[in-house]
Design a protein. Structure first.
Length: 296
């Protein structure tokens, strides 16, 4: 696994497939030739076969607060996990109130004393590869995730202000949340994920349309990013192509998928695209394996 340090574009990350590492070596040589200024610092990680699964929870400086949040990111640009890595094309998430949650105990819980010692307060996430032998951490993210914060919001019933104030004050808080599964899907337009392109391809100024009048719940499920509102019109206001996210919650993953893509179908932006398989691999394969290994 080749991963960039610092703020280099996510597209520079790559998970090798050749047993001898020749594809990673070829890519490093290409970066040295064309991107040596941006790719000055990299991490090389041993490839581990399994399922990418993350655990997130809030810490109030003394102890963990609220449910364990499990999530599966979908970082590749195209369905079927093809193409370059992006910041995130969509996420499947669910909450768990079991303090014996296996992934939490194997990873984040082991950092309790350290987080208490430094007085950490906030959201803490560890992304892992899990298999029948256990969990291999990939990275720790001590901040809100994006766009996962939107699916957290869809699942959380407690007021965010009260919850975060309790975290900041070092207090416990009786968090209330929705049972089931949540999904967030990114809707983008070119040049995303490649932002450094000729301005003639800029989406800035494109209007966002909707099929019919949206219900209040449908409006709540749309989370705009680089968008301005002029009167009743929503207009893309930047050049990156990162436009908006859509969220939905269902009693199971299949129901959440139907809801989120039904909403996505009502959005009209010239040249828009999104991954239509968020959560699908979990239904078809990963859930059974994760259950077998004790992670769900």
């Amino acid at each position: 696994m080749l991963k960039q340090n610092g703020h280099a574009d996510k597209c520079f990350s790559y998970s090798g497939k050749m047993p001898d590492g020749s594809d990673v070596i070829a890519l490093l040589q290409n970066y040295k030739r064309h991107n040596h200024r941006e790719c000055r610092s990299i991490d090389l990680q041993e490839r581990v076969e399994g399922i990418e699964l993350a655990v997130t929870r809030y810490f109030n400086g003394k102890d963990w607060v609220g449910p364990v949040m499990m999530n599966i990111e979908h970082k590749k640009l195209f369905p079927g996990s093809l193409g370059p890595k992006t910041s995130e094309m969509g996420t499947l998430m669910w909450f768990d109130d079991n303090e014996d949650n296996k992934l939490f105990n194997e990873t984040a819980k082991k950092l309790t004393a350290h987080l208490r010692g430094i007085g950490f307060r906030g959201c803490f996430d560890i992304n892992c590869i899990v298999n029948e032998r256990g969990a291999v951490p990939l990275e720790a993210t001590p901040r809100f995730g994006y766009p996962t914060i939107h699916v957290e919001d869809a699942l959380l019933e407690s007021p965010w202000g009260e919850f975060l104030k309790a975290i900041a004050d070092g207090e416990d808080y009786p968090v209330k949340w929705r049972k089931g599964f949540g999904i967030v899907v990114l809707i983008a337009v070119p040049p995303f994920p490649y932002q450094a392109v000729n301005n003639k391809y800029s989406p800035e100024g494109l209007k966002i349309g909707f099929c019919g009048k949206l219900t209040a719940d449908e409006v709540e499920s749309i989370h705009f990013s680089e968008v301005s509102r002029t009167g009743k019109e929503h207009v893309i206001s930047a050049k990156s192509g990162y436009v908006l996210c859509v969220t939905a919650v269902g009693k199971n993953t299949d129901e959440a998928r139907k809801k989120v893509y039904s909403m996505a179908d009502k959005i009209i932006i010239p040249r828009m695209f999104y991954r239509y398989d968020i959560g699908l691999k979990f239904i078809e394969r990963d859930r059974a394996l994760l259950k077998k290994w004790g992670y769900v």
